[in-house]
Design a protein around this ligand. Structure first.
Ligand code: NAP
Length: 250
C-alpha cells in the first residue's frame, strides 16, 4: 500500500503531548514518518516520543500562542531537512455562555485554534521549510457545523479553520502544499473529559445519544489525518472530512 507509506517523510505534529495529537504521532510513525512532536509539556512530549516506533523522532516544545514567532521557529525546525507535512492537532476548548463573552476569551480560543494554524501555514511556505510535495491537515470540529450552547467561540474558531483550509489550499498550491481539515465529533481524550465535567449527567447523556456509533478513539481521527497527509490523497485539496461516527448524518 505505497500510497499510505510515509517512509522518509518528516512531519510536525502539534498537540502531540496528548489525545488526538499523540495518537496521530503514533500512527504516522507506524507508517514510517519521522515525527517532530510539539506541545508545551516537555515531560508528556518525551513520553510520546519514547513510545513511537522507528525514528529518530524529536520533541519540540513551543507555545503556539507565541503566534508571530511561529514562522521563525518552523525555519529552525526545518534547518536540517524540509518538512513533508504538518498535522495541526493542538487546540483548546473553553465552555462559556455568550453572556460571559469578553475579548480575553475570544483571543485565547481564536489564537490557540485559528491564528496558530495561519502562522504555521505562513511558516511552512517559506523557502527551504517545505519539501517539494507537502501537506497540512488542520483539526477542526463538528462544533463548526452544529450549534452547541456555551461553545460558540470554539465553534467559530473551528469554522474559521474550515474556511482557512479552503483558502490556504488555493494560495499554497503554487508551493506544492495541499491543505485539508478533519472535523471530529466527540473523541475520548482529556479535552472530552473536561467538557463532560462542565455538563450535567443528563446533558452528557444527550450528547452521547447524538453519537450513533458511540464516541471516537483518538486513533480514529489519526488514521484520517494520516490518509490526508499521504500520497493516497494527492488529488484531495481544501476539503474538510468529518470523522464523527455518523454524528452529522443523524
Ligand atoms: N476530543 C474531542 O472530542 C475533539 C472533538 C473535536 C475536535 N477536537 C480537536 O482536536 C484537537 C486535539 O484535541 P484533544 O481532544 O486531543 O485535546 P487535548 O487532549 O486537550 O490535547 C490538546 C493538545 O494541544 C496542545 N496545546 C494546547 N495549547 C497549546 C499551545 N498554546 N501550544 C502548543 N500546544 C498546545 C496540548 O499540549 P500541552 O498540554 O503540552 O500544551 C495538547 O497536546 C483540538 O484541536 C480539538 O479542538 C477534539
Amino acid at each position: 500500500m505505497a500510497s499510505f507509506d510515509l517512509g522518509g517523510r518528516v512531519v510536525l505534529v502539534t498537540g502531540a503531548s496528548a489525545g488526538i495529537g499523540r495518537a496521530t504521532a503514533g500512527v504516522l510513525a507506524g507508517l514510517g514518518a519521522t515525527v517532530i512532536a510539539n506541545g508545551r509539556d516537555q515531560g508528556r512530549l518525551d513520553a510520546t516520543v519514547a513510545a513511537l516506533p522507528g525514528g529518530p523522532h524529536v520533541a519540540a516544545p513551543f507555545d503556539l500562542l507565541d503566534i508571530d514567532a511561529i514562522p521563525a521557529w518552523l525555519k529552525g525546525l526545518a534547518a536540517d531537512r524540509p518538512l513533508h507535512g504538518i498535522a495541526h492537532c493542538a487546540g483548546v476548548q473553553v465552555s462559556r455562555a455568550v453572556r460571559q463573552f469578553d475579548v480575553a476569551h475570544f483571543d485565547q480560543v481564536m489564537h490557540a485554534n485559528l491564528a496558530s494554524a495561519l502562522a504555521l501555514a505562513r511558516g511552512l511556505r517559506q523557502a527551504g521549510v517545505h519539501a517539494a510535495e507537502c501537506a497540512m491537515v488542520l483539526v477542526a470540529s463538528v462544533g463548526a457545523y452544529i450549534g452547541q450552547p456555551s461553545n460558540i467561540v470554539y465553534g467559530a474558531s473551528k469554522a474559521g479553520l474550515i474556511a482557512a483550509a479552503r483558502g490556504l489550499a488555493m494560495e499554497l498550491l503554487r508551493d506544492g502544499i495541499r491543505v485539508n481539515a478533519v472535523a471530529p465529533a466527540l473523541v475520548e481524550t482529556d479535552m472530552a473529559e473536561r467538557t463532560r465535567r462542565t455538563m450535567s449527567e443528563a446533558q452528557f447523556a444527550g450528547l452521547l445519544d447524538r453519537h450513533p456509533m458511540g464516541i471516537g478513539k483518538p486513533e480514529d481521527v489519526a488514521h484520517a489525518i494520516a490518509f490526508l497527509l499521504g500520497d493516497g490523497a494527492r488529488w484531495i485539496n481544501g476539503i474538510t472530512l468529518p470523522v464523527d461516527g455518523g454524528h452529522l448524518a443523524r
